[in-house]
Design a protein around this ligand. Structure first.
Ligand SMILES: Cn1cnc(CNC(=O)c2cc(-c3ccc(F)cc3)cc(O)c2O)c1
Ligand SMILES: [Mg+2]
Length: 214
């Protein structure tokens, strides 16, 4: 049977990236997506903005919603100190299987926990199942109609603290209008927009950074 795009992306990582070298994994995926097949990774341009937000924050506890092939997981985890923890949720089992191998190729499995399942099922279980009190940083990149309900769910589950940073991908393309309206108008968030481009294209897209004020 034909291979899938995520499988071909993983093959490109194995062929062109060095085991244990996260930067080479990132570069191999960006090259594959620019020159072979577009894929919905955050990409190098928005990825640099993600890097700067993570580096400035130095988070200990990170949640990623939407793993896909693990590209942003690798981007974030490579910047974390070894004691820090990144929990990444992926609904799609096929994507999760590929992402595990990409994360392992980068040598970052010791600080990443990939969980398969629906965000709305796992968010309420973070405390008792993972011993998490609150998250320092949350990266939202999953189904766009889940950004707002999952943010409200994280609030209700007490997973956000004063200063927790939410960073949302694709706020222009495909777009998350209900989420944007919420974080930009709620007195509980200080929000700002980082204008960029849809991964590997000239189309406008951007990231919204929102600090929870408690
Ligand atoms: C199936 N599935 C599993 N995870 C998800 C969540 N991610 C997205 O949907 C997503 C989509 C796009 C995108 C797709 C087509 C297009 F024309 C323009 C943009 C870009 C992204 O960066 C994304 O994160 C969907
Ligand atoms: Mg995205």
């Amino acid at each position: 049977t034909r291979s899938t795009r995520p499988q071909r992306l993983l093959n490109a990582v194995r062929k062109h990236a060095t085991r244990g070298d996260p930067q080479s994994v990132i570069s191999a995926i960006d090259h594959f997506c620019r020159h072979s097949e577009w894929a919905m990774n955050i990409g190098d341009e928005k990825g640099s903005i993600l890097d700067s937000v993570v580096s400035e924050l130095n988070p200990e506890k990170v949640l990623e919603l939407g793993t896909y092939c693990g590209y942003s997981t690798v981007r974030i985890a490579r910047l974390l100190p070894p004691g820090a923890r990144l929990i990444t949720l992926e609904f799609n089992a096929d994507y999760a299987a590929i992402a595990r191998q990409v994360i392992a190729w980068a040598g970052l499995e010791d600080r990443v926990q990939l969980v398969e399942g629906a965000s709305e099922d796992w968010i309420p279980r973070m405390k008792e199942h993972f011993g998490i009190e609150t998250f320092d940083f949350v990266f939202l990149d999953h189904w766009k109609d889940r950004y707002l309900p999952d943010t409200k769910l994280m609030e209700d589950c007490g997973l956000l603290r004063k200063g927790t940073v939410l960073l949302a991908d694709n706020v222009i393309c495909p777009g998350v209008p209900d989420y944007l309206q919420y974080v930009r108008n709620s007195l509980s968030y200080k929000s700002c927009y980082f204008k960029s481009h849809l991964e590997y294209t000239k189309a406008e897209d951007g990231l919204e950074k929102s600090v929870f004020l408690g």
